[in-house]
Design a protein around this ligand. Structure first.
Ligand code: PBG
Length: 326
């Protein structure tokens, strides 16, 4: 027998020989149970209009969203995070605490037809305020403690309309304990809180802000969202939110923040969620439209890598495209 030219002691390539063995040794799998699909809702009748900067993502109205929910349930996707765009925005973001607010009406409609759909709501002020900031503005600054009160009211109002889990995203100090206390006082102690614990001030939110018309009228969000240069600060934020009673910790964005996901995973026993945000989605869509990348391949790779980094849960606009492949 012909002797091998070299006597390599290790040959990792043996386990990459064919698809069967590769699947056998694959360490990470993404399934539909890992995913949360975001939906945008605004006033109107029978509305389904594509968001120009987010191909394949739509604005629905409280009636037309029911068709979409039915499709999601058929795909086996029984959870969504809702974002509302109110008819009228004002200084105090009144719609978000009103019984007739856009989220409240939508949640009631969905729960009446599809009680099995698990509803998460984004709890924040930026979609509801004229100035587009994530809180109440006093003297040109987002006032932390005044905002807490509104976040409490918003959370209770959402849950009373049928929301199953609240996800505060405003990066206000003390928001988790304020909301926990508010919910508990209203006998809503079983409602979990998914905290946007480490949310960075990121350019990747651009398409989302077009979608909900929440670009700040003045200044930016750097006084409350985190500086992308910091990772130890993320651990501080996460520690605080755990101490305040968060049930799930979220890191946002995902793709450029995989190191943060990993560090937080190593720090805590709570489920870790990662938000694969609008800019990450739209970049893939745009490059694929130009024929520069293979959309399905890049999408699946992205989700896999977010999971491999440590995310237990991925919030992603790709969920609906991804699931039929499973
Ligand atoms: C704030 C909120 C934002 C996103 C989710 N919740 C925008 C922001 O902080 O400016 C971004 C989501 C995305 O980009 O997909 N309510």
């Amino acid at each position: 027998m012909k002797k091998l030219e070299s006597n390599l002691p290790f040959r990792p390539r043996r386990l990459r020989k064919n698809d069967s063995i590769r699947r056998l040794v694959a360490e990470t799998h993404v399934t539909k149970d890992d995913l949360i699909y975001p939906l945008f809702v605004r006033d109107g009748k029978n509305l389904k209009s594509e968001i120009p900067s987010m191909p394949g993502v739509y604005h629905f109205s409280p009636d037309s969203i029911l068709n979409e929910i039915e499709i999601l349930l058929e795909l086996g996707l029984d959870r969504t995070i809702l974002f509302g765009i109110p008819n009228e925005k004002d200084e105090m973001g009144s719609d978000c605490i009103s019984e007739n607010g856009i989220i409240q009406r939508t949640a009631r409609e969905i729960k009446a037809r599809f009680p099995e759909m698990y509803l998460i709501s984004d709890v924040c002020m930026c979609e509801y305020t004229i100035h587009g900031h994530c809180g109440i503005v006093i003297d040109n600054e987002v006032h932390n403690d005044t905002t807490l009160n509104y976040l409490q009211k918003q959370s209770i109002s959402h849950v009373e309309s049928g929301i199953d889990m609240v996800a505060p995203s405003g990066m206000m100090d003390g928001m988790i304990s304020a909301i926990r206390e508010g919910l508990d006082d209203a006998y809503l102690e079983d409602i979990p809180i998914m905290s946007y614990a480490a949310k960075y001030s990121s350019g990747f939110y651009g398409p989302f802000r077009d979608a909900v018309e929440s670009k700040p009228e003045f200044g930016d969000r750097k006084q409350y969202q985190m500086d992308p240069s910091n990772s130890r600060e993320a651990l501080k934020e996460v520690d605080l939110d755990i101490a305040e009673g968060a049930d799930i910790i979220m890191i946002k964005p995902a793709m450029a923040y995989l190191d943060i996901i990993r560090q937080v995973k190593d720090l805590s026993y709570l489920p870790i969620a990662a938000y694969n945000v609008s800019g990450e989605y739209s970049m893939v869509k745009a490059a694929a439209e130009k024929g520069w990348i293979d959309e399905a391949k890049v999408r699946d790779e992205l989700l896999l890598c977010i999971k491999r980094a440590g995310a237990d849960i991925i919030i992603t606009y790709f969920a609906k495209d991804f699931i039929p492949q499973q």
